[in-house]
Design a protein around this ligand. Structure first.
Ligand code: SAH
Length: 337
């Protein structure tokens, strides 16, 4: 290996091994609400320290570190300002602050201490740490559950907008959102697609929220909220959709969901999988990183396009096309044979 190759290889290892030296400062900046304090304009670090009850010198070093990667900017005389990236940390709709607060939470770090066990056994590290699956554990910590839910909703706002802006739903008469939760995605699709009728299909206790949302949005006449079990059946429609549902389940469970929808539509009917698509070997991708969180915490997995195609195929659909969105997810369109 040449000296320059060696230097760059060393840099690569250092960067990955020390990723925490960036992720922790980012977490602390989000926790302290630094971006909110800067939303109205730049402030000297001393003022930021005063308002956040932190040590000025330590806070300066934290901001200097984050500014070195383009998150915040350090001007003359330790004046700190937002960058486009830091602007995403300002609280409000579409903010990434809740996601940063969830990913960096010390209670989540605690679970990662058992990541070796997780890799050795293929079970989630949550099980080793807390003896139960993630959602059971979250039920015991209301504050963390709130952080988790806020993170998922923040993420969803970005995802929904990108799906509605990229996939044309206008050819569909009736669309069922399987595992559609509180109906936020369906609401946006219906608003963007006049003439489309919808149904949100989810667990009975969850669809109550969807029914409420549709009424509030004046969409109750165009959208049903149907409680049930996607492993048993699916409402009849000409298209079914599952957004961030299949990545929670193993292949056999996914095929059961798909087959139930397949039975509930005519030939030519569609199944729309809304998921991140994991690219092939060696290609960098956030999906491959988030998949580590799925392994350690959630117990599901991120899949490649051929893997999704195989799931559709097993259930009697053919993968017709993959529609990328401006966001991290794609729409994989299956058509019933
Ligand atoms: N589609 C939403 C939510 C995904 S979370 C989004 O894109 O944000 C997964 C959803 O699957 C949850 O709403 C959960 O209640 C639902 N779910 C889990 N098990 C289910 C079952 N057996 N039948 C129907 N829905 C189920």
């Amino acid at each position: 290996m040449s000296t320059s190759d060696l230097t760059s290889a060393v840099g690569q290892i250092q960067q990955v091994a020390a990723a925490r030296f960036l992720s922790k400062p980012l977490y602390i900046a989000a926790k302290l609400g630094i971006a909110d304090l800067l939303a109205a304009g730049a402030l000297p670090v001393e003022e930021l320290a005063r308002r956040t009850h932190t040590d000025p010198s330590a806070l300066y070093r934290l901001m200097r570190c984050l500014s070195s990667v383009g998150i915040f900017r350090e001007g003359e005389a330790r004046l700190i300002e937002l960058t486009p990236a830091a602007r995403l940390l300002v609280s409000g709709e579409g903010s990434l602050r809740p996601m940063v607060l969830w990913l960096g939470d010390p209670r989540v770090d605690h679970i990662w201490e058992n990541f070796l066990w997780c890799v050795q056994t293929g079970k989630t590290a949550v099980e080793k740490t807390h003896g139960k699956p993630i959602f059971e554990w979250l039920k015991e910590d209301a504050e963390l559950a709130q952080i988790f839910n806020d993170a998922m909703s923040a993420n969803a706002v970005i995802r929904y907008a990108s799906v509605v802006g990229s996939y044309d739903f206008s050819g569909i008469k009736k669309l069922v959102d399987v595992g559609g939760g509180y109906g936020a995605l369906m609401e946006r699709i219906l608003k963007a697609t006049p003439g489309l009728r919808g149904a949100v299909y989810d667990q009975p206790e969850v669809v109550v929220g969807a029914a409420r949302r549709m009424s509030a949005a004046g969409l109750a006449d165009r959208c049903e909220a149907i409680g049930g079990d996607m492993f048993k059946d699916a409402p009849v429609a000409d298209a079914h959709m599952a957004s961030l549902v299949l990545h929670d389940w193993d292949d056999d469970r996914c095929v059961t969901i798909l087959r139930n929808c397949h039975r509930a539509c005519a030939p030519g009917g569609r199944f729309l999988i809304v998921e991140m698509v994991t690219p092939g070997p060696n290609e960098p991708s956030f999906a491959k990183m988030l998949d580590m969180q799925m392994l350690a915490l959630a117990g599901g997995l991120e899949r490649t396009e051929p893997e999704y195609a195989a799931l559709l195929e097993r259930a009697g659909y053919r993968l017709n096309r993959v529609v990328p969105t401006r966001g991290p997810v794609s729409v994989l369109e299956g058509v019933k044979r």
